[in-house]
Design a binder for this molecule. Sequence first.
Ligand code: SAM
Length: 245
Amino acid sequence: GSCLYLVATPIGNLEDMTVRALRILKEVDMIAAEDTRNTRKLCNYFDITTPLTSYHDHNQEIGGEKLLSLLRDGKSVALVSDAGLPCISDPGTDIVEKALAEGFAVVPVPGANAALTALIASGLNPQPFYFFGFLNRNKKERRLQLESLAKREETQLFYEAPHRLKDTLKDMQLVLGNRRIVLARELTKKFEEFLRGTIEEAIIWSEGNEIRGEFVIVVEGNTSGELEEEEQLWASMTIIEHVDY
Ligand code: SAM
């Protein structure tokens, strides 16, 4: 009956699709997708023939109303985003709120997520952590956001687009000071890399390389101390060649 499933999809490696997620996507009456073209590819790969409809940031009103009317008719709907968990720096929060307000069940179907995947292999303290998501694109706003985080002691997690990475690292250095940092690049994909070091080293790296791919930035919390010599890990940075990715 009426149920809104929030279904995780892979962040790169299609094998990260869960058995349960596949069953739910096959069983529901409708899949609501951030980008129906992307989700159609996923569905074709896994032989899922469930109808697709569009639900994204720019049609939340109309798209959301369509999903609610399906739920009111006793149908079940699965919401997916392009990658990872819906609602995490992705559309979904609005429809979750509305579905709950009307008394419908909202059921999470867990799976891949870029932030937590980066965190567990970062080597930085995994808890407590603070997930920020995307910083503002505007330099002034971004610096204000970083200032609001500067005193936090938790490990901090950010998403960033490749073409903004260098500027963001520079703003981090300016506002947070030099700290340990891990850039988790192309997680679960063929060219997955973990770049571990300090913010200063990361800036040097970003200036000497063409920045491509998807990144999670993991930054050490405020330890209110100077970085120790042995914390400068960047020099020993290695690109891990994956046998199994
Ligand atoms: N909902 C997704 C999740 O649960 O992780 C996040 C979607 S957000 C729009 C996309 C951002 O997540 C990218 O810009 C990047 O920062 C991060 N991301 C997604 N896939 C990634 C991957 N395979 N490797 C590294 N970062 C990734």
